[in-house]
Design a protein around this ligand. Structure first.
Ligand SMILES: Cc1cc2nc3c(=O)[nH]c(=O)nc-3n(C[C@H](O)[C@H](O)[C@H](O)COP(=O)(O)OP(=O)(O)OC[C@H]3O[C@@H](n4cnc5c(N)ncnc54)[C@H](O)[C@@H]3O)c2cc1C
Length: 436
């Protein structure tokens, strides 16, 4: 909706991708917007941080995603194209493995891996091939285990799915709602995961030149109204559904305020004046992720990077690892750069709390790996929302309970995957100020 004749003055709180995308769409629609970010830099989890090599060589690590999955014709592709971020080199293309029953197998996320997948048997493989004949489900709050068991069979759901879901959402499939991965429902509506996937068009994995953080930085640069180091401390309701936002040393008024904040931070701000939505937001569970970055001598055969997912609970908290390709400009030439992730909704065994234990666990799956020359931990507290069955109904209740003029966006509303987040925010902005 173009609002140039009747602009609403909006303050967006939170300069992660959610806030940046919301501000970008609202400004495109003609609304005067300003964005407050508590941290010194915008981006939230989507930041590419400097991590010099052992001799001080330039190098980086990704705080959150290492690459973006871009669906052709999707919202993320539109944003990256409009920002002029096209033409990025692809993400790592090396081997993809599933660690299960003590050894590495080809990842079941590829057709070859599916054919060779461990633990399925002939019956399980035939059951998967029958997927296009399975009718669509009716339960909008189905859990991911039930969804995949229905579509691809119990064998897939028990033997392969847990590692795939742990690698993306860091939680067991039975604890997650299908709403955590909205694209699955879209594929089912198009004829199933196999046919729908073919019909939905191409997807590619890419990395903006300079890293994933470039996406956030490009949004912030184009917006020109992003104020870092400006945490919102309190909200005050004014007559007529208007709002006053209090920072450390300034106060601003707005017709609408967008809380593009993690649910716990949004709950904190709302508690004094809107306890009902604050309570609902605070009740949305979040998980901590522990991430270790390490650099090692190169390993022959891994020049194009690798990906490893570990079948829970075999990993005992270790969910997987992923490496940059050797020519990835974010890494340091001559060194293999890996990110290892642990935790989420899985308990981490005490021997995996510190690097020596994590390295020992990694070596069980990657015996080729030599001692690291550099190690760094970047913890991600409350990084992932746990979108449980029934999540959509909770989100609706939050929307209904929010006072007029307040909006809440974020990974816990639209799904933590950046393509879902981008699509959700684009649709939300099209309905603004009519939608919630
Ligand atoms: C390790 C890791 C790996 C990931 N990998 C992938 C992946 O491969 N693919 C994918 O699609 N997604 C991935 N994600 C998820 C994705 O990064 C997130 O879903 C997304 O970045 C969330 O953006 P957001 O803006 O909603 O939240 P955030 O990034 O958390 O941003 C919220 C912002 O609000 C600010 N803030 C908080 N309180 C206040 C306040 N009072 N006032 C002002 N500002 C405030 C914070 O400083 C922060 O900048 C990953 C996440 C992590 C942590």
């Amino acid at each position: 909706m173009d609002s140039r004749n009747n602009p609403t003055r909006i303050i967006v709180l939170g300069g992660g991708l959610s806030g940046l995308l919301a501000a970008w769409h609202l400004r495109e629609a003609g609304h005067p917007v300003e964005l407050w970010e508590a941290a010194p830099r915008p981006g939230g989890w989507a930041q590419t941080l400097p991590w010099p090599g052992p001799q001080g060589e330039p190098g980086c690590l990704e705080r959150g995603p290492q690459a973006l999955r871009v669906v052709c014709g999707g919202a993320l592709e539109r944003v990256t194209r409009e920002l002029g971020l096209n033409g990025q080199p692809p993400g790592s293309k090396g081997p993809r493995w599933l660690g299960k029953a003590g050894r590495r197998h080809p990842s079941p996320a590829t057709p070859w891996g599916l054919l060779k997948a461990p633990g399925l048997g002939l019956g399980g493989r035939f059951r998967m091939l029958a997927e296009p004949l399975v009718p669509g489900g009716r339960d909008p709050a189905e859990d991911l285990h039930t969804f995949f068991a229905r579509r691809l069979g119990e064998g897939f759901a028990w033997e392969l799915l847990p590692a795939l879901v742990a690698g993306v959402l860091a939680a067991p499939p039975e604890r997650l709602s299908i709403e955590a991965l909205p694209r699955l429902k879209q594929l089912e509506a198009r004829g199933g995961l196999l046919l729908g996937g073919l019909r939905a068009g191409r997807e590619r994995t890419c990395v903006p030149v300079g890293g994933v953080g470039t996406l956030a930085q490009a949004l912030a640069d184009q917006l020109g109204c992003v104020f870092p180091d400006r945490p919102a401390r309190a909200l005050e309701s004014l007559p007529g559904g208007r709002w006053r936002v209090h920072g450390d040393s300034l106060t601003r008024e707005a017709d609408a305020v967008v809380l593009a904040l993690p649910a716990p931070a949004a709950a904190e701000l709302l508690r004094p004046m809107a306890p009902a939505p604050a309570g609902l937001l605070a009740a949305l569970p979040h998980m901590d992720l522990r991430v270790w970055h390490s650099r090692h001598a190169p390993v022959p055969g891994w020049e194009r990077g690798f990906g490893l997912l570990v079948h829970p609970p075999e990993g005992r908290g270790l969910l997987g690892a992923v490496a940059f390709a050797a020519d990835d400009p974010r890494g340091v030439p001559g060194l293999l750069q890996i990110r290892t992730y642990l935790g989420g909704a899985y308990a981490v065994e005490p021997d995996r709390e510190a690097w020596p234990g994590v390295f020992c666990a990694l070596r069980q799956w990657l015996p080729e790996l030599g001692e690291p020359v550099q190690v760094r931990e970047e913890s991600c507290p409350a990084a992932f929302p746990l979108l449980e069955p029934g999540h959509g109904a909770r989100v609706e209740r939050i929307g209904e309970a929010l006072p007029p003029g307040l909006h809440w966006l974020g990974a816990a509303r639209f799904g933590s995957g950046i393509p879902d987040l981008t699509a959700g925010i684009e649709a939300w902005a099209e309905g603004f100020p009519v939608g919630s």
